[in-house]
Structures are given as C-alpha cells and as structure tokens.
Design a binder for this molecule. Structure first.
Ligand code: HEM
Length: 175
C-alpha cells in the first residue's frame, strides 16, 4: 500500500510518528550544522612570532637566509629589496630588527633603530603610517610579528592582536 505524505503527517501510528521525528531531527541537525559552520569559520592560521634575537638572524649577513625587517611589530620579508637592505646596502642598518622609529623619522641614527615611538611628532607618525602602508605592506610579504605585537607586557597573548590584511600576497605556510 502506498502512503502519501499527507497520510504520513496525519498518521497516529506511534512507529510512524517516531520515524517522522527521526527524519525531522536529522534534517534539523544538518541545517543547524551548516549554519554553525558558516557562522563560526575555523580560526585563522597561526602566525609566526619573532623574538628580537630571532629577528637578528635575518639581517642580510648570511647569504642563504632571507632578509627580514619589522615595522610596527610586523615582520616583512624584504629580500626582494636587496639593493636597499642587503649586506653593505644603504639601508642595511634597518634590517634584522624592528626599525619603526627610524622609518618614522627617516633616520639611520643607531639611536633610532628601535620599535620605540615615544616622543615622535604627529608628522613623523603620519609619515610612518604612509611608509608602512604604501611601501612595506604593498611591496613586501608579511612573515610574522614581533613578540611586542603578539604578547601583552606580562607575556600572555594579546587579546586585541589582529593579523594585518595583505590580500595581494599568497604567503606560503611556514609551519
Ligand atoms: C640623502 C638621503 C637619502 C636619499 C637620497 C634617499 C633616496 C632614496 C631612494 C632613491 C629610494 C628608492 C625609491 C624607490 O626606488 O622606490 C629610497 C627609498 C627608501 N629610503 Fe631613502 N634616501 C635617503 C635617506 C634615507 C634615510 C635616512 C632613510 C632612513 C630610514 C631612508 C629610508 C628609505 C626607505 C625605507 C626606502 C624604501 C625602500 C624600499 O622600497 O624598500 N632613506 N630612498
């Protein structure tokens, strides 16, 4: 005997009711699971954390290593700007460290080769933002972040940390 949908819905047979409930449950679970998947996308890839010491290795002195430099706690691979940053190149002093202050002031004074931005003028801070955005973020791929950007003063993870967007680069996973 054929049971139409209407008959199935209206049936009082306990087996049928149980079957209907099962079907409804499965359909509901599938729909909700899909919604949860859409709402809670998996966490982003972990980012690489550089200590000062680690960053120092990438100062252009070792031919086989890439050249890294941090600005505002963001570590860029500046290897393709070897003519600026490589060994004996004019801006070599800036690499292997966070040179935020030097970039803001356009200075190569050793005292400015630091991430410390205390006392900078508004013009210097604006200039820093421009060079950060229009030179570094545009030109060089991000490979990680310095501890000062990822961690809070007490060493715990900085809850406000957000990786920089750099959609025009396809960074290979280093992990
Ligand atoms: C006499 C002084 C200077 C001259 C004539 C000069 C000249 C130049 C030139 C021609 C470029 C290349 C622009 C390009 O091809 O994209 C450049 C880039 C740059 N300069 Fe200077 N510069 C001087 C001083 C400095 C100083 C003191 C700093 C200190 C931080 C500095 C930092 C930079 C940076 C960060 C770049 C961007 C390099 C890149 O694209 O990765 N410059 N400069």
């Amino acid at each position: 005997m054929r049971v139409s949908c209407i008959e199935l819905v209206q049936t009082k047979d306990p087996t049928m009711i149980a079957a209907q409930m099962c079907v409804t449950f499965v359909l509901l679970s599938l729909t909700l699971a899909e919604e949860v998947k859409l709402k809670y996308k998996p966490a982003r890839k972990p980012v690489r954390l550089f200590t000062d010491e680690e960053l120092r290795r990438y100062d252009g002195s070792e031919e086989e290593l890439p050249i890294y430099m941090a600005v505002k706690g963001v570590v860029f691979d500046v290897s393709k700007g070897k003519e600026f940053y490589g060994k004996d190149a004019p801006y070599n002093a800036l690499v292997g460290r966070d040179s935020t202050r030097a970039v803001a002031k356009m200075s190569l004074d050793p005292a400015d080769l630091t991430s410390d931005i205390t006392g900078l003028t508004k013009e210097e801070l604006d200039s820093l933002e421009t060079v950060f955005k229009d030179t570094y973020k545009k030109k060089y791929p991000i490979v990680g972040y310095t501890a000062s950007r990822i961690l809070s003063a007490d060493g715990s993870p900085n809850q406000d940390f957000k990786p920089e967007d750099q959609p025009h680069f396809q960074i290979k996973d280093e992990f």
